[in-house]
Design a protein around this ligand. Sequence first.
Ligand code: NAI
Length: 357
Amino acid sequence: MRIWEERQGAARLIFADDERTGMQAVVAIDSTKLGPALGGCRWMSYGSEDDAIADALRLARGMTYKNAMAGLPYGGGKAVLYAPQPNSQVGVRGAAAEAAAFRALGRLVDSLRGAYITGMDLGTSVREMDWIRTETPYVTDTTGSLGADGEFTAEMTAYGVYLGIRAALKRAFGDDSPAGRTIAVQGLGKVGLALCRHLAAAGAELIVADVRAHRVREAIAAFRGRTRATSPADIVRAACDVFAPCALGGVLGDDAASRLRCRIVAGAANNQLVSPRGGERMHEAGVLYAPDYVINAGGIIVTAVELAGGDAAEAKRCVERIPAALDAVFDMAAREKLSPSAAADRLAERRLAGTQP
Ligand code: NAI
């Protein structure tokens, strides 16, 4: 296997090309200022190698900020495996080929001697993590781990988002209670549905949408009398107090502020903003935005707690610090006359520079 390294600004890009298994991957290490780079392994098809590298760099930077804002002793990194492509082989032979490719990736991770710790991300599951584990200890979310339980991780993410919504309600309305507030939840997957459960129990009225109709029916049945459905196309402009994106990234384009009819945007989806301008426009329009990587840190907190030898109860306690992290962002935004999205980036940068605790 050939392993080589390039630099992109301050970031390290470590490539591997394994002739025997056809594995091609890149690990992007954005920062190790606060500790080893921590971030999952993405496995998907890309249009080109350049696209895969750009994605790895962007995601690694996102992890640097997310980990810094969650107060974790980790930097940011990401692995992207772009060959073989997912589902390119089927059946038992396919699984054997995939196992060989992920073991090769494990050797790449191991060669970094702990500078980067990998885990699950889009396209990967416990199966791939177990394959990686045969070659290196620098992997999380393997069989038996807390992180391997997708339901628990999603529940912790939802709990963090729920507490974050309360912090945002307090900031916007002076009262953190969701009782009587209308909250529009976009996406009723593992996190969205768990979030609805917390909100309904606290007395919120829900508006929900999902492209999978059965998830909508489940939500209506589970939170009867408190929930109404709208179409996936309309949820962004639903009249509500809080819009909670819990489906895909990129839902807040630069012109999103003109369509939103809410006071707060606070949800679990990663990379909600298409560009920083969207955050500025929402701020100008008086919409309070809870930066995604601050409010949705529950999942990575589970991983970090586990790496430190902690258990589920400890993870829950750590997730309960998310409202304080959001408050720090909102305070800085008010003090320095910034949008919350700009304030979060600045606060993360200062933590990395060691100029702010
Ligand atoms: P999931 O895949 O279980 O759920 C996503 C849901 O969104 C699905 O039910 C899907 O049908 C729905 N959906 C897709 N496109 C939609 C659209 N246009 N309109 C309405 N609904 C749509 O994913 P999960 O785990 O619930 O994650 C949700 C979001 O939170 C993702 O963006 C994920 O990256 C992010 N996130 C999840 C974490 C976790 O612990 N699971 C941690 C941090 C972030």
